[in-house]
Design a protein around this ligand. Sequence first.
Ligand SMILES: Cc1cc2nc3c(=O)[nH]c(=O)nc-3n(C[C@H](O)[C@H](O)[C@H](O)COP(=O)(O)O)c2cc1C
Length: 459
Amino acid sequence: MKIIVLNGSPKGEDSITLQYVAYIRKHFPQHDFRIFHVSQRIKKMERDLEAFQEVINEVRSADGILWSFGLWVLCAPAQYMRFIELISERGMEAAFENKYAAVLTTSIHFYDHTAHNYMRAVCEDLKMKFVDSISLDIIDMMKEDRRREITIFAEGFIKSIREQAVTSRLFNPLTFSDFVYQPTEPKTKVDPGTKKVLVLTDANDIPTNLGKMITRFKQSFAGEIDVINLNDIDIRGACLGCMRCGYDYNCTYKDGFADFYNQRVRSADIIVFAGTVKGRYLSSMWKTFYDRAYFWNHTPSLAGKQLGYIIAGPLRQNPNLIQILEASSTARQHANHVDIITDECGNSAEIDALLQSFAQCLVSLAEKGYIRPQNFLGVGGHKVFRDDIWGRLRPLWQADYRYFKKHGLFDFPQKDIKIRVMSPILMLLTWIPAVRRKYYANVKTFPAGRLKKLVEHVD
Ligand SMILES: Cc1cc2nc3c(=O)[nH]c(=O)nc-3n(C[C@H](O)[C@H](O)[C@H](O)COP(=O)(O)O)c2cc1C
């Protein structure tokens, strides 16, 4: 059986994920696993149609495709997304149609589910037969149980191909609207006061819905606001995953990105990200922005700011992307995720009103310095980062470690002396049946009762 492995790590042979593929290959020597470093060679494939076509031809003659990548910033690396863009830009979808597909990733399990949803949806859009996916921690190879699970996963994939198994679908195909937004000039203007507003976009061509939404949003303000097109910034390439930034936030790239990010993005109080839905994400240029901003590692470089999105295209059909956008503001940045305005209502007057109120809301929340308390996206994400920054990845992420320490983010429950003392005492007491009865009888009323008293006394 011929399995094409599309290696999405820009690190090529040095990819961690690829070592898991090598393990599978070792276990199934009777099958031909052919590896293509599509992310590492993305620039060549953009320039050289033959290099791209070579991969597509191999895909066309394959029995199965294994999408293999390390998770980068809640999804696949920007280079991999570019490869996926090239498939549709060059009309090569047919090569993938009806091929069996599986997905293997490595990560520290921070938003691995969004990356897996993304990849499965891409497979389904390509009309592939999606069999299964597996999300592994970077060190899972060291665990016997995990190695066993990896072989079961691979066995299942191969069996499905051999038996031409039926596969399920989870994502509806996207439908794109041909609605044309016709904005009108605002009657009132929002005064941003001392707040600096920045719109970042990957395309502000006036005739598109996105371009018109940006212009209308800009007109909502009394003064000038900054609009920056990422294509005008000196960005030589997407993140290469060298991790050297882990020591002191210094990016190895010698281009304009770090200065742009530090001086122009970080100096704004309000940042609106504007883009168009492209497949199951925004453009690979947007992903390049997010991946390159990783030079701040897990330190929330936009903490305390008001962030929002203006999106053209079918975002509502893509809850996974909505979650990625929200988590990008909250879980990654400890910023306030204000809202996402799209053109999907298909009504120009309504979009005008939405953009106007969005501008008002962003300024008002910035003036109040409001940061919405985090939900699971942020709370859960924080714990994943906290444990690895304090623990096994501390030598790598030294800059993060210093930031987390300084800002009291190592908030382990073990450090709460009161809980450490009281919990065992309470547990011991509940061994006494009468105390236990009383304790559990009070569990329903006690927390609310305590809060009731607090409400009476606090300002
Ligand atoms: C730029 C960058 C972004 C990353 N983002 C995430 C992430 O969002 N979630 C996660 O769990 N791990 C993340 N990681 C860790 C990688 O997923 C992990 O190291 C993976 O094993 C790399 O695989 P590779 O060597 O095959 O590229 C990131 C690493 C890099 C370099």
